[in-house]
Design a protein around this ligand. Structure first.
Ligand code: SF4
Length: 447
């Protein structure tokens, strides 16, 4: 298992029906793959991004385990990883959005046994929404309900035409549903954004917001929904759009039979952050005085929603959790990975399926490069290059079965195309967990 085999030349053709694409949060599970040896040669129904995900997949011809940059037996890597994690005083476990929920569950267990700090990539995308859910709650629905009922579809700070190419056709705009039999003709699409994106071109109404005014816009809509009189000059000054436009939008929202707001990182990662998400969630709740209205974050990575779910089942919080005292503490800004690293607090780390060395701040990257850490990735990345123990793992969905969560919190099974010569991160994490427990003298559980 230490070295990957070369791609099989040729090989029998096989068809994998209803395979699942994990490239984006739509998690399309209707892809028919044509597989020859260890190469996917066709991905029927996949969008341009899904096609690239499947067809460009290559088995990495590199060792399954490197310790300090040198090839090593996987068993030695597991032993060294367990040693690093068990000895650390402030270990950090981070990533998790591009792997199965089964692996996520084991990673949370390890964090628990070692009293670690646990965080996922949610903290750098929809973390503010995770905080807002706890304050305001979420009026939610499945994408199937959107498909069958949605007649007022609002995209706010999201651009699915480019980030989730099948969102419109599979779920939100085009499909003919039970209560929207004429598909697109039965739906009104509104895009609210600071620039005219590709999605805006597909909308019936495009509302171009003044940059960084999402909070003011959401509260303008909330006020109008309650019938509160507003100063037209101030509204236009604050939002960049006239009061009449917002009044018209509220009237349309009230008249809808089933509305949904999909919001993206244009809302969560701009001025206001969690206060923006809270305002949109509260607006959705307000609209339910008049009609049925729901709201969903438009999630990016294949199983980032699974990471939120698993971490929340196990700890009660979705991300940024510290387990050092033997019980979970949630404090974004304090226990989020970028902050823990930038303050120089962690003394070891385990990075699963993410690349902080490519996208964290300079102080965070600098500190990570000074501590021993373990990385799991199907490919070589800046993070795997500096890892003390770097595992090359099989790719979830293509080589590894398991479960992922679609952006609407619906769990979807994976149907892999072919086996990889590399181990799965699940098998490695289970082996590391076993050794961590032995080192910490934690007895196996009964039953
Ligand atoms: S929309 Fe997303 S999940 Fe569906 S095929 Fe395209 S990239 Fe894959």
């Amino acid at each position: 298992m230490e070295t990957a085999s070369n791609a099989a030349a040729g090989g029998e053709l096989k068809i994998i029906k209803d395979a699942t694409c994990t490239f984006c949060g739509c998690v399309c599970d209707d892809i028919d793959l044509t597989v020859q040896g260890d190469q996917i040669i066709k991905a029927k129904r996949a969008c341009v991004l899904g096609n690239a995900w499947f067809l460009n997949h290559q088995v990495e011809n590199r060792p399954s385990c490197l310790v300090k940059g040198k090839p090593a037996p996987v068993e030695f890597g597991i032993k060294r990883a367990a040693e690093i994690l068990s000895k650390a005083r402030y270990p950090l476990i981070y990533g998790l959005s591009d792997t199965t929920s089964e692996s996520q569950r084991v990673a949370v267990s390890i964090a628990d046994w070692i009293g670690g700090n646990l965080d996922t990539t949610t903290s750098v995308c929809h973390g503010p929404s995770g905080m807002a859910f706890q304050g305001v709650g979420e009026v939610t629905c499945s994408l199937g309900e959107v498909r069958n009922r949605g007649d007022m579809i609002i995209f706010w700070g999201a651009n699915p035409a480019e980030s989730h190419p099948r969102h419109f056709t599979k779920y939100s705009l085009m499909p003919k549903g039970m209560f929207v039999p004429n598909g697109r003709k039965d739906r009104t699409c509104v895009v609210i954004d600071v620039r005219k994106t590709k999605s805006a071109k597909a909308a019936d109404i495009f509302v171009q917001l003044k940059p960084r005014s999402d909070f003011e816009a959401a509260w303008t809509l909330r006020a109008l929904a309650q019938g509160i009189e507003l100063d037209p000059e101030q509204v236009e000054r604050d939002t960049g759009q006239p009061l009449e436009l917002w009044q018209d939008l509220v009237d349309r929202m009230k008249a809808a039979r089933f509305g949904v707001i999909f919001f993206g990182m244009g809302v969560t990662m701009t001025r206001g952050k969690h206060a923006n998400s809270e305002a949109i969630l509260a607006l959705t709740r307000d609209m339910n005085q008049y009609t049925r209205f729901t709201c969903k974050p438009n999630r990016g990575h294949g199983n980032v929603t699974g990471a939120d779910n698993v971490v929340a089942w196990r700890t009660g919080f979705p991300f940024g959790v510290n387990l050092a005292r033997g019980y979970p503490r949630f404090n974004p800004g304090e226990y989020t990975a970028a902050d823990v690293l930038a303050r120089g607090e962690a003394d070891a780390a385990m990075i699963i399926a993410s690349d902080p060395m490519a996208n964290f701040s300079e102080p965070a990257r600098q500190h990570l490069s000074t501590i021993p850490y373990i990385s799991f990735d199907p490919k070589e990345t800046p993070t795997s290059r500096s890892a003390e123990v770097a595992f090359t793992v099989a790719t979830y969905g293509i080589n590894v079965p398991g479960t992922v969560y679609r952006m609407d919190d619906v769990p979807i099974p994976l149907r892999p195309a072919f086996k990889s010569p590399h181990p799965s991160d699940y098998d490695l994490l289970v082996a590391i967990e076993k050794q961590v427990r032995e080192r910490k003298n934690i007895q196996p559980q009964e039953g």
